[in-house]
Ligand binder design. Structure first.
Ligand SMILES: [Zn+2]
Ligand SMILES: [Zn+2]
Length: 270
């Protein structure tokens, strides 16, 4: 199923090395942070002994100022990890998946190796992760199973739902057809027509307040209508409608009985 929320999401990737190259990198980090220990928060001082990489994604402003200049994992990868990371980027390029390399993104747990990724959005207040994960080769072995590679991720269902709702709101501004009508002249015809369009799977709307024609036209515009159908007095007498193509500006007079088919055909061609 396609949720249609990928347009709100940026993919961030990083490589955090492997058991072969991480110990030396951790040493470098410990050396660096020891020199700046006075500027680290309490949590990070604790992390320094256990998992210095975690300091890199501390949200504390003081820590952030320090980590800006810290050595990053992608500059300290072993040959195999470097090759692996180039491979990951190459496959993403092939599949045309846009991504940013974020050298500051790390994972909290030891069993993660090499690729770490996060799907972030700036549509939900401050930039936040919608999902995050990485590669955890070795985890199954650690748990007593065979030595097989692994990958996993977690997503925030609440954040995904919030993005889906945002998507729905935006979709409301994509109307195929807007019907302009007038009270006691063509209101009933318009309602029938809008209903017919909707049954045919066409996104249709109208103004139920029957405001002045100009107002209705701006409503059609606001709704991003592809076609505007005008049901004026003259048209009603002839059982026709004026159909305006909002992209080209051209206008045609169409028999009301044929109008749903006419619009369906037009939309299919577009
Ligand atoms: Zn490595
Ligand atoms: Zn900190």
């Amino acid at each position: 199923m396609n949720l249609g929320i990928d347009k709100y999401i940026t993919m961030e990737i990083n490589s955090i090395g492997c058991p072969a190259c991480r110990p030396a990198y951790n040493e470098k980090l410990i050396e660096f942070f020891n020199k700046n220990i006075d500027n680290l928060c309490e949590d990070c001082v604790r992390r320094l002994g256990k998992n210095p990489m975690r300091i890199l994604d501390c949200k504390n402003e003081g820590c952030k100022a320090v980590t800006k200049d810290a050595p990053v994992a992608i500059d300290n990868l072993c040959g195999e990890c470097e090759e692996h990371f180039e491979g990951v980027k190459g496959y993403l390029d092939t599949l045309e998946v846009p991504y940013n390399v974020n050298p500051m993104m790390v994972r909290g747990l030891d069993y993660y190796v090499r690729t770490a990724f996060e799907m972030v959005t700036d549509k939900l207040g401050s930039q936040s992760a919608v999902g995050a994960g990485g590669r955890y080769d070795g985890l199954i072995k650690l748990l007593g199973g065979p030595d097989i590679p692994g990958i996993g991720f977690a997503t925030g269902i609440d954040r995904m739902v919030a993005l889906c709702m945002l998507n729905e709101t935006e979709k409301e501004n994509e109307t195929d057809v807007f019907v302009v009508s007038f009270k006691d002249v063509s209101d009933k015809t318009a309602m029938k027509l809008v209903n017919g369009f909707r049954s045919a799977g066409i996104i249709a709307d109208m103004d139920y307040d029957f405001k002045k024609m100009k107002k209705q036209f701006s409503l059609a515009d606001k709704n991003g209508a592809r076609f505007t159908i005008i049901l004026g007095e003259d048209e009603m007498v002839k059982n026709t409608a004026a159909v305006k193509d909002m992209e080209t500006g051209s206008q045609e007079e169409i028999d009301i009985d044929n109008i749903i088919k006419y619009i369906s055909d037009k939309l299919r061609r577009n």
